[in-house]
Design a protein. Structure first.
Length: 410
């Protein structure tokens, strides 16, 4: 079919196609035919939402397509699969993000519900009848395909030296699904499906040479082993924390503590002695954090924060939690004030005993020889208090002209 310029093109019918049987989604030249308007697109999911105001699930239900049928062409599927394989090969964390967030039981119920909803659609019925009109649009396995896959699996078993798959499971009961998959060269998912079909129980996650990757999938630790955990320790394994209340493994214990045990994380730490401040108190030689706070009750927040290696706000929280009131106006240990308090004023007899020509100095303060007060600057003090200049002050008391009348550096 050609357009006006003689190039390959698609004919746009005047309306909704009527010659396409139910359950069939035509594809031509890497594009899918929209069964609502007759236009061709590489992807139909966004088109039916914007142009026809229906969802992708409504489109499948109206035209009796299987529920899981992808509304994008085979070229788009191949390109997405290629990009997916490249990302799996380069990004190690991407594989973990693809793990199902729901449990197996929930996924099984959702699968059963989807099957009950779409089992009577024309596309599903045609796939099981092997209708040739459906062709490559079939995405569900037919009976012929199942027989072909079983024959290939039997051939792999014979190449590995076994008569059947039942003999493999019977002979190697201690091997897990990963080891069976490597032995036969098939996927782990296929091995688990065959185990369920043939009635063989898996050997468990503690099989030989098994490395625990997800401790949260393990059963709870027995009470005897849980009681043997030393006081003050929080066991960890592969990024998981052990709950010392129930013996299960979790990546975080905050929500688990509040929901399952109705206690806060702070109470959990205090109960099991894993509070970091308690550990710091034991490192400093105290029996507990309470003894440390008792011994440092007269300290200010700065010194206590330096001792514990926390902020001053955290020291206030700790003192409030354990019932210690922080001291008011406490000076840090070894505190040296930048501006010392003035010394008491000298009497007239003490002032007369000062030798003529000397300017006494004490703790970075100078003594005024006029009134006996201690001040940091004699020049300003003499000018404002005694109404004399600095030159006249030096002349009265026999001081050299080069002597500075202000406090000297300590």
């Amino acid at each position: 079919m050609e357009n006006q310029r003689g190039r390959p093109g698609h004919w746009i019918p005047p309306g909704k196609p009527t010659d396409v049987p139910p359950g069939v989604q035509p594809e031509y030249g890497g594009k899918l035919l929209c069964l609502e308007c007759g236009l061709w697109f590489r992807q139909l999911g966004q088109h039916v939402v914007v142009k026809h105001e229906i969802s992708a699930d409504d489109y499948r239900r109206i035209h009796e397509l299987p529920r899981g049928f992808g509304l994008h062409s085979s070229t788009v599927k191949a390109r997405r699969a290629e990009l997916q394989r490249e990302r799996l090969a380069t990004d190690p964390e991407f594989k973990d993000s693809l793990r199902p967030k729901r449990s197996r039981e929930e996924l099984a119920e959702l699968s059963k519900a989807a099957w009950r909803e779409s089992k009577d659609r024309a596309g599903v019925r045609a796939s099981y009848r092997g209708n040739p009109r459906v062709g490559k649009n079939v995405h569900l396995a037919t009976q012929g395909r199942v027989k072909q896959l079983n024959a290939e699996l039997d051939e792999r078993c014979r190449q590995a030296g076994f008569a059947s798959l039942e003999e493999v499971f019977t002979t190697h009961q201690d091997l897990n699904n990963h080891q069976i998959a490597e032995l036969l060269g098939i996927s782990v998912r296929r091995v688990s499906g065959q185990r369920r079909r043939l009635g063989f129980e898996p050997p468990g996650r503690w099989a030989a040479d098994y490395v625990v990757k997800h401790p949260s999938m393990q059963p709870p630790i027995p009470a005897a082993e849980l009681a043997a955990v030393p006081y003050g320790e929080q066991p960890t394994r592969n990024g998981h924390l052990l709950c010392l209340e129930c013996g299960r493994w979790f990546k975080t214990l905050d929500q688990h503590m509040s929901v399952m045990h109705s206690i806060t994380v702070t109470d959990y730490r205090v109960k099991h002695g894993i509070d970091p401040h308690e550990a710091r108190a034991r490192e400093l030689g105290y029996a507990s954090l309470t003894d440390l706070l008792t011994a440092t009750a007269s300290w200010n927040g700065t010194d206590l924060a330096k001792l514990l290696g926390v902020s001053r706000r955290k020291t206030r929280e700790l003192r409030h939690r354990y019932g210690f009131t922080p001291p008011r106006g406490a000076r840090p240990v070894g505190f040296v004030p930048k501006t010392p308090r003035p010394h008491p004023e000298l009497s007239a007899e003490e002032l007369a005993a000062v030798p003529h020509g000397e300017q006494p100095e004490k703790d970075s303060q100078l003594l005024c020889l006029e009134c006996g007060q201690w001040t940091r600057g004699i020049a300003a003090h003499a000018r404002w208090k005694h109404a004399i200049s600095s030159e006249e002050y030096r002349a009265r008391h026999g001081l050299p002209t080069h002597l500075k009348l202000h406090r000297r550096p300590s």
